[in-house]
Design a protein around this ligand. Structure first.
Ligand code: PLP
Length: 223
């Protein structure tokens, strides 16, 4: 089941790359494993997946001890990070995609410094007025990017966003295009955008990181 799902996701990625004139190597497939067990993650690793997206620091903290055996896996935090959890997040993750304030960047930088590690970070950008969406305002990106770049221990890779959910895979296209436009003047190259039902659109609009859960693992277990 998982291997077939991976094959079908890879086929969709390949077709989108062909349409957009892009190469498969330009795109990192993040397996989104929130609410799935470490056993599922290990199975995914054995099937060839290397990058994992997790939403909750606490949930991943519980799973991490069971994952020490999968060497070479990279763990990305893709859910909202409250600054009181920044220490654990900096310890547990290789990359944080949801930095949205200077305060949070500062705290992550302090911990990264103590641990002598470099945390890959992205800025989560809020592109819609929806209340449930977090992220930095487009107008604040210059300042926030400068602050992150001035913070030792953090390496700014790019921008991440989550458009309003829609069944229509075309609906988020303007949001994806907007994220690409915002990244350019900042001089960052990574764009984390696109999920199970719209990652082809995201690839066509320049995504370098797609975050895919359901299309790989099926419906998530109830919390
Ligand atoms: C859950 C989640 C995903 C994956 O969503 P699917 O529709 O299951 O692919 C991607 N990004 C974020 C931020 C998520 O919370």
């Amino acid at each position: 089941m998982l291997r077939e799902n991976i094959a079908s996701v890879e086929e969709r990625i390949a077709r989108a790359c062909a349409r957009a004139g892009r190469r498969r190597e330009e795109i990192t497939l993040l397996a989104v494993t929130k609410r799935f067990s470490p056993a599922v993650m290990i199975e995914a690793f054995e099937a060839g997946l290397r990058d994992f997206g997790e939403n909750y620091v606490q949930e991943f903290e519980g799973k991490a001890p069971a994952l020490t055996g999968i060497e070479g896996a990279r763990f990305h935090l893709i859910g909202r990070l409250q600054s009181n959890k920044s220490r654990r997040a900096a310890e547990l993750f290789d990359a944080i995609q949801t930095v949205d304030s200077e305060k949070l960047a500062r705290r992550l930088g302090v911990v990264a410094g103590e641990l002598r590690k470099t945390l890959a970070v992205m800025i989560e950008v809020k592109l819609s007025a929806e209340e449930a969406k977090h992220g930095a305002a487009a107008e604040s990106l210059n300042e926030l990017a400068a602050a992150i770049r001035a913070t030792p221990g953090l390496c700014l890779g790019g921008l991440m966003t989550m458009p309003p959910w829609s069944e229509d895979p075309e609906a988020p296209r303007p949001y994806f295009a907007r994220l690409r436009e915002l990244a350019q003047p900042l001089g960052v190259t990574q764009l984390s955008m696109g999920m199970s039902n719209d990652f082809e659109t995201a690839i066509e609009e320049g995504a370098t990181h797609i975050r895919v859960g359901t299309a790989l693992f099926g419906r998530r277990p109830k919390p």
